[in-house]
Design a protein around this ligand. Structure first.
Ligand SMILES: Cc1cc2nc3c(=O)[nH]c(=O)nc-3n(C[C@H](O)[C@H](O)[C@H](O)COP(=O)(O)OP(=O)(O)OC[C@H]3O[C@@H](n4cnc5c(N)ncnc54)[C@H](O)[C@@H]3O)c2cc1C
Length: 398
């Protein structure tokens, strides 16, 4: 049955109450136990968090890019592991289906992803194929109407608990690079697909990340996203392009939270007979952070609106991801500095967030990969062409 869209501001206030009253109070417990309680996951389902970006006809929230970015900036004010629990379903784990799935595939899988009864994951990275994902060597050998997959995926968010895997494999054995790759939809329980235990990692405890192992995993050809082999890398890039804006929004939330925490700490922590917030060098830390939060927020929303108008945002999405993730890490570093020695000792928000946000600069394209991408696209878009007028573009852009 088609969902009704909830007014955005009402939704944002409801989500803010949820993270403030139900997530932030248990952050320390989630960090220590490496687990999000099932009762909180159930609340996420009730709030529609698993399906925000999925079209309403499949039971999702039907949010556009800007609306989703605004949701991300709220929910990631709590420890990012909470958002990671449902984030695949409303991001990369459903986006391939939304952009390139057949009507049958969408009907089969999107309702379960939207209501959170199924957790999805996106399995692209391999031990030898990280920044250069086109180097992937997982094979999908054709056998009549079926394909037989063999390979190993690593660092896959939610793999240990996922019910649906979008797996990228090479269907053309002669191909190299981006060509000859296909995306397969594989359900847990399919013989030959297994997952490893969750890795021990620096931060985002409570968000399990693990391996996906494919050993003679036999699936029907109809499991290929879109039904046509060889389109998988294009599908991955289309999903990741939107995801970069999502992730940039996710970097803004923790930074907003940390500016707030720095302000509070500045008022209660005293040295030399006065609150440390009175010291101008401490004020500089919060002022610089606040400026950067606002700049990242503006860039993300501007890019999201441009995407919603149907314009190409490939370069801007990269700029959002690069700037917001680096910004968030600078803010986290300043928060540890302002908290002093306490900011280095476990069990406080600055120490936890510092560990949690570090990975933002690594996944979904490292900062270096985005720098290269931006420079390449600037050249391609004409920025280095003698007739290109950058001043005019900036004067007229929305
Ligand atoms: C917690 C976590 C969750 C993840 N979740 C997922 C997931 O759900 N699905 C998925 O498919 N993947 C996932 N990943 C994988 C992630 O996308 C990769 O780790 C990332 O793309 C980097 O690849 P790599 O780790 O192999 O590093 P490498 O590619 O080996 O990079 C190492 C260093 O070399 C630099 N480098 C590489 N190539 C170049 C170049 N051409 N020029 C300049 N510098 C370069 C990089 O910037 C980096 O600093 C996850 C990773 C982590 C840590």
């Amino acid at each position: 049955m088609e969902n009704q869209k909830q007014p955005l501001n009402e939704m944002l206030s409801e989500l803010y109450r949820f993270i403030k009253e139900e997530c932030i109070p248990i952050e320390e417990e989630v960090d220590r136990t490496d687990e999000i309680p099932e009762s909180v996951v159930q609340r996420m389902r009730e709030l529609g968090l698993f399906g925000h970006s999925i079209p309403t006809e499949y039971g999702g929230g039907g949010l556009n890019t800007e609306e989703l970015a605004r949701v991300n900036m709220v929910v990631s004010q709590a420890a990012p592991a909470f958002r990671a629990r449902f984030g695949g379903n409303t991001g990369i784990a459903s986006e391939s289906l939304i952009v390139d799935g057949t009507p049958e595939q969408r009907q089969q899988y999107l309702p379960g992803l939207a209501d959170g009864s199924v957790t999805g994951c996106f399995a692209l990275t391999e031990p030898g194929a990280g920044s250069d994902a086109t180097a992937l060597i997982t094979t999908a050998r054709r056998d009549g109407d079926h394909y037989v997959l063999n390979g190993r995926k690593c660092y896959i968010t939610n793999a240990p608990l996922a019910g649906l895997f979008t797996v990228f494999a090479r269907t053309d054995p002669e191909s190299q690079g981006a060509k000859g790759i296909s995306a397969f939809l594989i359900e847990r329980g399919t013989p030959g697909l297994s997952t490893g235990p969750a890795y021990r990692k620096m931060g985002q405890h409570g968000s399990p990340v693990g391996e996906v192992i494919l050993e003679d995993c036999r699936v029907h050809g109809s499991a290929i996203v879109g039904g046509v082999p060889g389109q998988g890398f294009r599908t991955a890039m289309r999903a990741l392009n939107k995801q970069r804006i999502n992730l940039a929004g996710l970097c803004v939330g923790p930074a907003i939270r940390l500016v707030d925490e720095m302000m509070k700490r500045g008022q209660v922590r005293e040295q030399s007979g006065q609150p440390i917030g009175n010291f101008q060098l401490m004020q500089q830390l919060v002022a610089d952070s606040n400026v950067e939060v606002h700049a990242a927020r503006a860039l993300v929303l501007q890019t999201a609106r441009k995407r919603d108008r149907g314009e190409d945002v490939t370069m801007e999405a990269s700029m959002c991801k690069l700037f917001a993730s680096e910004m968030c890490n600078r803010v986290a570093d300043r928060a540890v500095q302002l908290f002093g020695g306490g900011g280095y000792i476990a069990d406080n928000v600055a120490e936890r967030m510092y560990r949690d946000v570090r990975v933002f600069r690594l996944y979904e394209g490292t900062s270096q990969i985005h720098q290269l991408n931006i420079a390449k696209l600037m050249a391609r878009n004409g920025f280095d062409h003698p007739e290109y007028n950058m001043m005019h573009e900036f004067a007229t852009m929305q």
